[in-house]
Design a protein around this ligand. Structure first.
Ligand SMILES: [Fe+2]
Ligand SMILES: [Fe+2]
Length: 267
């Protein structure tokens, strides 16, 4: 009875985070570039995906910084595991190589991949992500800020981005693993699945062996968020993450709106 009451009160305490996150996810999905992604021409899709690759590259140093920000061994271990998945097992291509493979399946050339650099806006967004992890508050809140940012910017919204892009990626040749049409996606499809949220802060997760990256970080945060200050800190960090992620796509708004009037050619 006492346990059930504790669970109920914990659920009530954490619900504001779920509510705010749902609103931020909806707003992110409504970004004009993401909302019109399935109407973009192949060249526009590739321009965006080639820039987005640099944000993916920043994912590992961001995790490296975060590992130094947190104090307890289980949290460090969890972040280390997610980080090393990028490169392990070493007999097979890294996730970065998988990304290049998917880009080339969709029509990007090796020449483009090795010559195009990040735009000023992409570089600024990446620098701002690192700035978001700098300590400005007491230690306990700092760790909540770091984990909240990492979870939302590096996992939750990543899955949302790829889910929105996926239908258009399929028209450019990518397919889900096991599909008989198209080339199996090595990067986007797996990330779309293993980064996505499967349970919310206010829900108890009973499937510990099948946690996504977002879920693993949710668990770490649930142990840390114990009061209103913790909730406020988490929400502030999540808002910052959403703002930066949307800012990346702002640079493509003009060309996307102009280009989305015409239906893209398939293949
Ligand atoms: Fe990855
Ligand atoms: Fe991930």
């Amino acid at each position: 009875m006492a346990e059930a009451m504790r669970t109920d009160s914990r659920r009530t305490e954490l619900e504001p985070i779920d509510t705010s996150e749902a609103l931020l996810v909806s707003a992110f999905r409504a970004h004009p570039v993401l909302a019109s992604f399935d109407r973009l021409a192949r060249s526009q899709v590739l321009t965006i995906a080639l820039q987005r690759r640099f944000v993916s590259h920043a994912f590992t140093p961001l995790y490296d910084v975060a590992i130094d920000c947190v104090s307890d061994p289980p949290t460090k271990r969890c972040l280390r595991e997610i980080l090393r998945e990028e490169y392990m097992p070493y007999e097979r291509p890294t996730h970065r190589e998988d990304l290049v493979q998917d880009l080339m399946t969709m029509g990007a050339t090796w020449e483009q991949i090795v010559t195009i650099g990040p735009t000023a806006q992409t570089s600024m967004m990446i620098a701002d992500m690192f700035a978001a992890l700098r300590k400005q508050e007491e230690r306990a809140l700092f760790e909540i800020k770091v984990l909240s940012f990492l979870r939302f910017a590096g996992e939750v919204l990543v899955a949302e981005e790829y889910q929105l892009m996926w239908p258009r990626f399929c028209t450019l040749g990518l397919a889900a693993p096991g599909s008989t049409v198209g080339t199996p996606s090595a990067f986007y499809h797996p990330h779309m699945q293993h980064d996505a949220v499967t349970f919310r802060f206010s829900e108890h997760n009973r499937m510990l062996s099948r946690q996504s990256h977002s879920d693993q970080l949710t668990e770490l945060l649930r142990c840390r968020i114990e009061n209103k200050a913790g909730i406020a800190c988490c929400l502030e960090s999540v808002r910052r993450a959403a703002q930066l992620k949307a800012g990346f796509y702002d640079q493509f708004v003009e060309s996307a709106v102009a280009g989305s009037e015409a239906q893209p050619t398939r293949g």
